[in-house]
Design a protein around this ligand. Structure first.
Ligand SMILES: Cc1cc2nc3c(=O)[nH]c(=O)nc-3n(C[C@H](O)[C@H](O)[C@H](O)COP(=O)(O)OP(=O)(O)OC[C@H]3O[C@@H](n4cnc5c(N)ncnc54)[C@H](O)[C@@H]3O)c2cc1C
Length: 380
């Protein structure tokens, strides 16, 4: 079915992004995958090409586009199976916290660098002892004069090695109620006591520098708090909707790309004297996959439009994150089977897509947590 989301200006932008990806991403992917990290310089190039925070208003130092420009970037990276270059985490997940909740001074200090690529950002919520249960965060931020002193440890942090700025969730004073005692801070990662730990070895997303972090008496200016002290949990709840949505967008596009690649392959590959596309099993399985992909696309595009109109869609963003990532898992698994032994070889993109897909059901809130949220929204 025809997509109706994009205006002509977006189509032009897609051309720019596609050219950037062909020039600045594809030639480096193998090396990035082996190194377990993307070139730092690639971030500055992305900034120069207008690919960072494309939605940020001009008055804040941004290009003045909208979320659809970000959607295009996610889709164009997915088209080439790029899962390590976490532009969307930076642009659509972390920077929105600074933009929505930062003081005028924080925004003026940090946002232009987030657009140019001088600042790569990360967000540190998860800890070794807690992920799903954000209210149980144990890292602390103790007020000491004009500073907060951060102590604690975080893990699984995307862009953990490359980041120059990190939004950190930590417990401040204010009793036991997480709605009153978790705060968010923008921390410059060269602050003494901000320690970047191990780059973690993962099943997939080979080029993504997911890392552990630790804070040892890390003194952060009190002015670097986002919003009010103690309002961190509520800010997280608000912004997690878009995080879930962008994961769903990547998952949907990932499924579309793998399906298209598989369709080509089943026409080329022969067994028993004919293309494997001629077997009824192939036709039925791929018909099922195509149905899932098409139905998913319509729901998702509608959700993107409603999210952009300012609706606060907790249930629907959770549904998209749940359904699109489960659908990706089903489609990639079915598709990989058609590649036979080649589907187990790393040089085949479908193999990497399979490995990259698994985490999507885990991060940005596990799919079980999505069901908890959906059920709650249903009054259960
Ligand atoms: C590659 C990668 C990148 C990541 N990037 C970031 C990042 O940039 N920043 C960040 O802060 N975090 C990041 N994470 C962390 C991620 O968000 C967490 O791993 C995730 O939220 C789950 O938390 P956990 O690992 O502690 O699992 P747990 O919370 O320990 O959950 C374990 C299991 O219990 C289930 N479970 C928990 N509670 C319930 C419940 N109430 N009902 C039913 N089942 C439940 C879960 O669904 C899961 O199956 C990343 C993780 C990965 C793997």
């Amino acid at each position: 079915m025809k997509r109706t989301l994009f205006a002509p200006e977006h189509d032009l932008y897609r051309k720019t992004v596609r050219e950037f990806v062909a020039r600045e991403v594809v030639p480096h992917q193998e090396r990035w995958n082996e190194a377990g990290i993307v070139d730092r310089e690639a971030w500055r190039r992305a900034g120069a090409a207008g690919l960072l925070c494309p939605w940020l208003p001009e008055e804040d130092g941004g290009p003045g586009g909208d979320l659809l420009h970000s959607v295009i970037i996610i889709e164009e990276l997915a088209r080439v199976y790029e899962s390590g270059f976490a532009l969307s985490l930076h642009s659509d997940v972390v920077v929105p916290y600074i933009h929505s909740f930062g003081s005028a001074e924080l925004k003026a200090r940090y946002l232009p660098g987030c657009v140019s690529g001088d600042y790569v950002t990360a967000i540190a919520m998860t800890e070794p002892g807690t992920g799903s249960d954000l209210a149980a965060i144990a890292s602390t931020a103790r007020r000491d004069g004009d500073h907060y002193v951060l102590s604690g440890a975080k893990t699984f942090i995307t862009n953990g090695i490359l980041c120059d700025l990190c939004v950190v969730a930590a417990r401040t004073e204010g009793g036991d109620n997480p709605h009153q005692n978790i705060s968010l801070f923008v921390v410059e990662t060269n602050t003494p006591g901000f320690l970047k730990g191990k780059k973690l070895k993962k099943m997939g997303m080979a080029a993504q520098d997911t890392a552990e972090l630790a804070f040892e008496d890390c003194r952060v200016p009190a002015a670097n708090i986002l919003g009010q002290p103690g309002a961190g949990f509520l800010m997280l709840m608000q912004k997690l909707q878009q995080e879930r949505l962008v994961v769903a967008i990547a998952a949907q596009c990932g499924a579309e790309v793998v399906l298209a690649e598989t369709l080509k392959y089943v026409h080329e590959r022969k067994a028993f004297g004919k293309p494997i596309a001629k077997f009824q099993n192939t036709q039925f399985k791929l018909a099922e996959c195509a149905t899932e992909v098409e139905v998913g696309r319509v729901f998702l595009d509608r959700l993107i439009a409603e999210h952009m109109s300012g609706e606060y869609l907790v249930k629907e963003c959770s549904m998209a994150k749940l359904w699109q990532t489960e659908m990706l898992g089903r489609v990639v698994d079915e598709c990989l089977q058609f590649f036979g032994g080649y589907g187990y070889m790393l040089e085949y993109p479908v193999t990497r897509a399979y490995m990259d897909a698994r985490v999507q059901r885990i991060y940005a809130g596990t799919n079980e947590i999505m069901k908890v949220i959906i059920a709650k929204q249903m009054g259960l």
